[in-house]
Write a new protein. Sequence first.
Lengths: 310, 280
Amino acid sequence: MAVAQDHVPSDARSTSPFWTVARRDSLAGFLFIAPQLIGVIVFVLVPLGLVFWYSLHEWNVLANTFTYTGSENYRMLLSDPSIVRVLGATAIFSVGLVIFNLSLALLLAVLLNQRLPGITVFRTLFFSPVVVSLVAWTIVWGFLLQKNGGINGMLLVFGMEGPNWLREETTAMISVIVVQVFKNVGLNMILFLAALQGVPKELYEAARIDGAPPFKQFRRITLPLISPTILLTSIITIVGSLQVFAQIAVLTQGGPGLSTTVLVYYLYQQAFQFHFFGYGSTLSILLFVIVAVLTFAQWQMRKRIVFYES
Amino acid sequence: MKAELSARMKVTLYGLLCVLLIPFVFPTWWMVTSSFKPISDIFAFPPQLLPQRYDWTTYSKVFELQPFVQQYWNSAYIAAVVTIGTMIISSMAGYAFARIRFPFANTMFMIVLLGLLIPSEVTIVPLFQMFLQAGLVNTHWPLILVPMFGAPSIFATFVMRQFFVTLPVELEEAARVDGLGRFKIFVRIALPLAKPALASVAIFTFLHSWNLFLEPIVFLSSAEKFTLPQALTQYTDAYGGPMWNIQLAAATLTALPVLIVFIIAQKQFVEGLAHTGLKG
């Protein structure tokens, strides 16, 4: 009996030792994701916790003050006379950007989806600004948009007098949107193009036989079938638009007035130009909440507007 | 929609495409040509599509006014380190999330994905404070570590996971029967098959690092530490106004090499981006 009992575990050990295939796999899994997981915790989640903690403090770096003030910064946020204009500028920028970007991307994708000789050359050229250094692209547009710059020069050749694009409120906002759209619309264009090429051609043939005009085919076949891509690109574009910084810093510095001061730029000014780290952190929390709510809302919308998922 | 187009339709289409192309191509043309113009011709009317007179000194001034070679190297090596680091980190994590069953895998995947909602703009204040405490402000570490572990690399992990999910399991099972461990299966079998996904991860990551602007201006303060985007904005006269032709020469030097690589490899570039992870 005793011998047999002694035997069983040693036998089990030899056929299934501690490092079973499953255990080895678990260890491998942990080790494989460890760099990413630890990195996310150290460089993303801990800072997010800290930014919330900071937002409860009055913290002026220059005066070296760090005092707990509870919700004081949030009250300050609600009574900040600039914040309404900043959020307004952010909303106009994001909405304008998404509408202009997605409709231009879709238009270009439809045009490039035709069987024409040399169409890939056009594709390459429309995509090229994506790989041009962002600040280089912004600088040359800033140069073109000067009062006596290239664009107004061209307009004057045709007898038109252009505005001082970057120094008037409306045209400054239009300018930063347009510069950003031409820079990055190629990405969405390529995603739409791939989606269009995935639509089964038989559907169009069937529609043609039924006598559906091209516009109706587009609305009833193309749009529903590429709706997952529309959702994906709109999420990427909206979240990206909330992060816009270099273009504002180079083109308008948030001006004239506060007309192009979007939230990230305002946050940067408060924290790193005026050294209000506490209030800057409160603005960071606001930015985080906006990004999270928008992403969540769009994800929920998937159920309503997306007809088809691959 | 793919019916044969009539000749008239074709001409209309080509015309439309050419007009739409202007704002995409003209700025680059204007950047390159204006960089050769003397400052007196920079705002000449009517606009000179080709320089009437050439001023070759703009390019030598780019290097005289700032340590431009050093700054170029800074941008290049930071982008290279971030790109290679992200490819390693994200392919390993993406593979594990797609293929390996281990406890809490889903929870950990959700934790990692949560990071996608938190761009570095949100956490820039505590990040600055953390790197200040560690004595790493005005070094390149923040520019390397933050993208390599933050939202850009999480996005890369997501892309890699989506790719590995679609890979047939049979290939790996055969290797397991032959007694290969996980790491060897990953390196010898899964990774070589993942080249298209890795290529698009590399492109995204490189461009992100190459374009980084907020982080450099927050973390760096001395000219020899600057990266290119930040350096480009420094070509200003005594009144803070831009020295346009020199700035455009520096911009040309920054933009052209990447643009040339892109045009040579455009097929892999564009199709890589279109046909990997992002679609899933």
